[in-house]
Design a protein around this ligand. Sequence first.
Ligand code: ADP
Length: 632
Amino acid sequence: MAKKQFKAESKRLLELMINSIYTNKEIFLRELISNASDALDKRHYLSLTDHDHKVAKKDLTITIVRDQENRQLTIEDTGIGMTAEEMEKNLGTIARSGSAEFVSQLEKDSKNIDIIGQFGVGFYSAFMVAKKITVESRSALSDKGFRWVSSGQDGYTISEIDRDTVGTRIILDLKDDTDDEKYSDFLQEYKIRDLVKKYSDYVRYPINMEVTKSIPDPTDEKATIDTKETETLNSMIPLWKKNKSKITDEEYNEFYKTKFSDWEDPAKVIHYNIEGNISYTALMYIPSKAPSDFWYQTYESGLQLYTKGVFIMDKAKDLLPDHFRFVRGLIDSDDLNLNISREILQQDRQVRALAKSVEKKIQNALEDMLKNEREKYEKFFDEFGLNLKYGIYKDFGLHKDQLQDLLLFRTESEGKYVTLKEYVENMKDDQKVIYYACGKSLDDIRNLPALEKIRDKGYEVLCFLHDIDEFCIQMMRDYDGKQFQSITTADLDLDSDEEKKAKEEKTEENKDMLVAMKEALGDQVKEVRISSRLKDDPVCIVAAEGPSLDMERYMANEPNNMLGNIKANKILEINPDHAIFGKLQEVYREHPEELNDYADVLFQQALLIQGLPIEDPVAYTKKITEMMIRTK
Ligand code: ADP
């Protein structure tokens, strides 16, 4: 029989498993039982929704068989089973999302073998203890059975077999014992019993095993006799149905990591039970880290849905609003129809009520974390804050009231995170608006010329470090009645009467020069004017009404921008107290023909400081060189 090869990534994972020196090899059992439980979920659901595939609940089981003589451990389930194609697809390739990332992590940091245990590595983990794995299976939807056999790296074979029952049997030929490693322990009754209790107690199907019991010998009072009987090793109470006070953090975390294929403990657990119009139990988690594909279109969010303890679907999107799509978890409700499908889900009144309630609970959990676990919340925000901002921007700001107090922004002064509420509370008495500045980093923002005056006044500025930030606050319009204002808007209105007067006089005195400069720059600017916001910098650009400078920058960088060439109405401001101003006056007086070049270079400089592209860098540098040559 021709051997087939594993797909590249699977092969690497396999190698890691075969040569694993990981000390907790026992987790393989958890992984195999978890797969069996999933398969039983699927069969149960099929049975309840399709008359042709009825199966009694009591027949949905997992059986563990220990064969000490042949060093074989078998895990058998009466679940959905696999066809030959499914074996090929599921066992020849890494199926689990995140596995690929796991492999690359492990390769980068091969000493960090601990992550094997933290991360469910699925079926392949069995190669940590087995030198050969045989999978015999028949799908509920097929009348043929198949056998998949592999001894590891050299590939696998699939062949047809006779099999009358639906389900899957996984036979592990355990590795030979070594001085350090006693694989035969996994054939001991106590060992398997312990492992099932430890990792799989809450599996909702019976995990049966034949055990030896000593009973009193009826013929001899002092003696006992050993009998064999089948025992269910697990308590079968799902974790989420257990009393909250009886669940340890460890159990919550362990459950999360196995169930949702993450290798980090979650940041927060949300577990509750609601009785009312719609009764349900929720066990939800806020992950510590965004999954690697979280920001891609292909990422599927949603909660697992159970009805009366029956698994219905994996990623019920309609139970989770988009702005909280980072939450993973499950809902178990007795009030939903078993036949509920993805399509019906959306329209169902009960489901909408449920989703509302779930949303409220997540909201409360986040607010609570922000209030009581600030450091944790900031970490969460680093990971998922962007998603909350998108949530505000989406649907024309429909969710702004709900989400705005969950936002954090860095302050210009100290660079620490503040909420909008905290910002407003700390506003100066004479401060009317919320100031913000956009930039790629705090340093970029701190270098903005337009900042000087505001800083002088002692006003705090919020740093907008993401493109979405400005779009987001445009949706909000204001916060607590306070408008948002970019520090690069034309009308900051910060001058005292005295300053205003001085500025007017300066403007009047230099009117002709300013007009000449404006003419030199043509359509590029709306106006050239005297600045009252600059202290040390020579010039800056501000935007009159219309799109802001940062919108222009954003649009210019957007490859698929549908809105065309959005331009801000730019105003070039000149610092009248800067040496360059005297120079401009001199040039205008003595060599007016050179003013054009000065205006141009200063304008381009202002663009650069603002992080805006200049149209013709070659012409700009040429001009500067010429001016340097001219300078005596
Ligand atoms: P994961 O369980 O995370 O998807 P695994 O590598 O453990 O990854 O399993 C790969 C796939 O093989 C599963 O998704 C499932 O489709 C299939 N599979 C594994 N074990 C069984 C089983 N006992 N019964 C039916 N299908 C199974």
